[in-house]
Design a protein around this ligand. Structure first.
Ligand SMILES: Nc1nc2[nH]cnc2c(=O)[nH]1
Length: 173
């Protein structure tokens, strides 16, 4: 079992929460290990609301030819379908590994209340995954990146936002 009862976790968790966290993290880790034997990457995740399992996810990047199919993202997609909403406000994401920047951003967009992880970015690096490197990249000037990120600003660049703001019946997210 993982020792997740750190001072930091304890500061945010209600009494009894540590045992519940351990239970859901164990499921996420099981999903991750199982996924390795099923042609996927070593990552698993579950989404829980009020102690109830809403959805599970596994890394399907290579299996689905989808670089965004990280375990957390597949769990978020499945949870949104399960509850019929693009918001997962009030829910907790348990993941077998610290979310990479993609998964952390997806978690923020999904408005999750909590993210709890087991292995960390150093464990992922040992497994050959770039999570830590991407965190380090975001802390650096983009000019130093291997991938060019270029702002080109045609006159009508803000136009889609004008259309959005003019739409009274828009669904904000
Ligand atoms: N947390 C996490 N990190 C990854 N790095 C590569 N794939 C994944 C994934 O599915 N989850």
């Amino acid at each position: 079992m993982n020792d997740i009862d750190t001072p930091d976790a304890a500061a945010h968790a209600a009494p009894g929460q540590a045992a519940l966290d351990a239970k859901w993290l164990a499921r996420a880790i099981d999903l991750a290990t199982l996924n390795v034997s099923q042609g996927g990457g070593p990552f698993g995740a579950v989404i829980v609301r009020d102690g109830e399992l809403i959805a599970e996810g596994q890394n399907r990047v290579t299996a689905n030819l989808d670089p965004t199919a990280h375990a957390e993202v597949t769990a978020i997609r499945a949870a949104c379908q399960a509850v019929g909403d693009f918001s997962l406000a009030g829910m907790t994401l348990y993941t077998s590994c610290e979310p990479c920047p993609l998964c952390l951003s997806a978690s923020l967009w999904a408005r999750l209340a909590r993210v709890v992880f087991a292995a960390d970015r150093d464990d992922a690096a040992r497994g050959g995954f770039d999570d830590r490197e991407f965190y380090e990249l975001f802390a650096r000037d983009r000019a130093t990146w291997g991938m060019a990120v270029e702002a080109v600003r045609p006159e009508n660049a803000p136009e889609p936002f004008d259309a959005w703001l003019a739409l009274e019946a828009r669904t904000d997210y």
